[in-house]
Design a protein around this ligand. Structure first.
Ligand SMILES: Nc1ncnc2c1ncn2[C@@H]1O[C@H](COP(=O)(O)OP(=O)(O)OP(=O)(O)O)[C@@H](O)[C@H]1O
Ligand SMILES: [Mg+2]
Length: 462
């Protein structure tokens, strides 16, 4: 175990010296202060694990104030308060402000040592949990913050995916094609590549061409000059120009209309575009990342996708295997989603039933990680709050499979909201107060939503 840093604050030099000697002998790294200003200085410079604070430093700040300031600036520092006063209000206030323990003065050395060792064990445990948590996320905190997500996994295949993403990130121009079924995390990997590259300060532009009408697609990609066609009332930048300096993410590339594929290829090769209705060439410096869940080679055979474009976009291919092929990732992902969603919904984290993981590992997850996340969200509502059981997940293995896929692979908020409300009402036999509690919303908010979605309530007569 790594040695813990302990700060001792007491106005009596005799006491700080004595504690320093004893605690150093016990393996702690000790810092001492006889004034609160010295204590603040030490806490600022060193990462203090445990602070032992005397409540009464004459002609100085009061102990609660010192405690507050230390906890505010360094929440991870555990504070043990030492006081000569028996006043229970002080003890309560100290606890409220985050002190972990309280020792009465005059103390003997064993009492202090006991309190410090107990706190030390706790600090070590927290550190260990933190390391476990860090290891499961495959990307750095900095990168996580930039993509506003964690990327979780422990299987060798998913580690390889992240490793490849990090490697291609280093080449700022290489085109990347990301393949994988729905919900495997293609878009997250694309973001990871962008934010791990030197283009990270510039924009990441995701484009799903299936969402754009065929007639507009060219002007959306390349922009247009005012008057280029009837609706072109203003000059307009296209995606290529918008993404200049950054990354253009072409999602569902296999569905790109054949008619635009040759123009895309030309823009990628020449690194220049011209807006519709204009003859001025504009240079663009971008990286292209594409994604697909389809078999492009088959589409090439069917002459729906251009071979030359395929060669241009696939300098690097990263394939993300489906979740069922990497069952080791289910447990860390489950833990991550449970903790994350409980945190967001301010719920206590439930225990996991001992059969749950095994059951989930048998399930084929047609909607992959997205499906698992949606399942957890639903299960948290259905569960009794103490344990998450396989029943809460309503895994359907055979004929019900289709229905499962339809209901929970969609990320459509509105649809899922309706579904969750219906489920909560069914579970509570139509009791709106209980259903509202399950959903974590007020009765009025529930009523409003029932009306909005046109939900009919079937009451269970007992
Ligand atoms: N390894 C992972 N760790 C954490 N979350 C993940 C992981 N993989 C996927 N997800 C989550 O699953 C959801 C789907 O991910 P994403 O949108 O990147 O998938 P996709 O492959 O682009 O799916 P589609 O083909 O349906 O567009 C997101 O909410 C994402 O945060
Ligand atoms: Mg996607």
């Amino acid at each position: 175990m790594e040695s813990l840093n302990v700060l001792v604050l007491d106005d009596e030099v005799g006491i700080t010296e004595k504690l320093e000697r004893h605690l150093t002998r016990k393996g702690f790294t000790v810092f001492t202060a006889n004034r609160t200003s010295e204590a603040f200085e030490i806490v600022r410079k060193h990462s203090i694990d445990i602070a032992l604070l005397d409540f009464m430093i004459p002609n100085d700040l009061n102990g609660i104030e010192v405690l507050k300031r230390i906890k505010a600036a360094h929440p991870a520092t555990e504070v043990i308060m030492v006081s000569g006063q028996e006043d229970i209000d002080i003890v309560i206030e100290a606890q409220r402000q985050g002190a972990i323990d309280f020792v009465r003065k005059p103390f003997n050395f064993h009492e202090i040592l006991f309190a410090i060792e107990r706190t030390g064990k706790y600090v070590h445990l927290l550190n260990k949990l933190q390391t476990v948590e860090d290891q499961k996320s495959l990307i750095s905190r900095e990168l996580e913050n930039m993509i506003e997500r964690d990327f979780i996994g422990t299987s060798p295949v998913i580690k390889k995916v992240v490793d490849m993403a990090m490697r291609v990130a280093r080449d700022k121009d290489a085109s990347v094609l990301i393949t994988g079924e729905n919900g495997t995390g293609k878009e997250i990997i694309a973001r990871i590549i962008h934010y791990a590259s030197e283009r990270k300060k510039k924009i990441f532009v995701p484009v799903n061409s299936t969402a754009i009408p065929d007639t507009l697609i060219e002007s959306e990609f390349f922009g247009h000059k005012k008057g280029a066609f009837t609706d072109a009332k203003e000059d307009k930048k296209g995606f290529f120009e918008m993404a200049n300096g950054g990354t253009l993410f072409l999602d569902e590339i296999a569905d790109m209309p054949f008619s635009i594929q040759a123009k895309l290829l030309r823009a990628m090769e020449e690194r220049k575009i011209t807006r519709l209705g204009s003859s001025v060439e504009i240079a663009v410096d971008i990286r292209i990342i594409s994604a697909t869940n389809k078999d492009i080679e088959k589409l090439i055979e069917e002459e729906k996708f251009r071979l030359d474009l395929y060669h241009r976009i696939n300098t690097f291919i990263i394939n993300i295997p489906p979740l069922r092929k990497r069952p080791e990732d289910i447990e860390p992902l489950l833990n991550h989603f449970v903790t994350d969603l409980c945190h967001k919904k301010k719920l206590t984290v439930p225990e996991l039933d001992k059969n749950l993981i095994a059951q989930l590992k048998r399930y084929p997850f047609p909607g992959n990680v997205r499906e698992l996340r949606n399942m957890v969200e639903r299960a948290l509502i259905l569960s009794d709050g103490k344990t998450l059981s396989p029943d809460d997940f309503a895994l359907k293995f055979d004929e019900g499979h289709q229905e499962q896929k339809q209901s929970f692979t969609s990320l459509n908020l509105d649809q899922n909201e309706k579904l969750l409300i219906e489920t909560a009402l069914r579970e509570t036999g139509g009791n709106q107060i209980k259903a509202g509690e399950l959903l974590g919303i007020s009765r009025d908010a529930l009523k409003h939503r029932i009306k909005k979605h046109g939900i009919t309530i079937q009451r269970v007569i007992e």
